[in-house]
Write a protein that binds this ligand. Sequence first.
Ligand SMILES: Nc1ncnc2c1ncn2[C@@H]1O[C@H](COP(=O)(O)OP(=O)(O)OP(=O)(O)O)[C@@H](O)[C@H]1O
Length: 241
Amino acid sequence: MRLDDVAFRYHRRGPWVLRDVTLSLSPGSVTEVTGRNGAGKSTLLRLIAGLRAPGQGSVRDRPSRIGYAPERFPVDQPFTVRSYLGHMAAVRRAPKDTIGTWAERLSFDHLLDVRLPELSKGSAQKVGLAQALMDDPGLLILDEPFAGLDAATRDTLPGLIAGLASGGTTVVISDHQRCIESLPGIDRLQVANGTVTRLAPGEEPDAPRLTVLEVVVPEADADTVETKLRADGYTVRRPDQ
Ligand SMILES: Nc1ncnc2c1ncn2[C@@H]1O[C@H](COP(=O)(O)OP(=O)(O)OP(=O)(O)O)[C@@H](O)[C@H]1O
């Protein structure tokens, strides 16, 4: 698929969030989208997914079956995981047993009868991923899919993504936590200053100046704080106990 001279703003007369975006995404490619907070990564992903229409320019040849997992899965829905995913499978005419398959692959099969608002952040993230992955999408868009995931699922997901890509799925991922960047042959796009540039292999995104901040927390809160900081894209080092 292609984006040609795409520009986008959320409000008429508002500031352009993205301009002059021209890029192509080929079947079977995996593209990592990088950029600072607020640069426009989620906006670019929504444009690619077709959830937002460009203000200028065009998007062409988008695959018809699209899987999209937003940065935050909307849990304020009065369904159990099973009925929500069952509904999504029916809408997409996916086989019903796909729910069990993905629940097992992403290790949330024990939560199928729990209501969405009662899920932890990481479990909700897995349900969001399952609905995006279940229909063998031609275009798969994942917005910060690793945020809040447990280590086992974090390790599983790159392989699942690579498997879909080798079957021809075009994959686009924003990933603060840089869990996907070691995937062989990955393409990288950087969103900065309102536009998108392709990074050459090995080229580092414009790196901000780094500093070290020591944070002291109650021992019992250390895991939670570490998970939160990692989810926000920070590097966390724990001193030896
Ligand atoms: N629904 C919206 N209405 C108006 N402005 C928005 C909306 N969503 C995002 N923006 C603005 O568009 C710009 C880009 O936001 P976007 O969420 O795409 O950035 P991002 O790179 O994904 O950020 P982050 O890394 O924090 O998730 C920001 O200035 C943001 O405030």
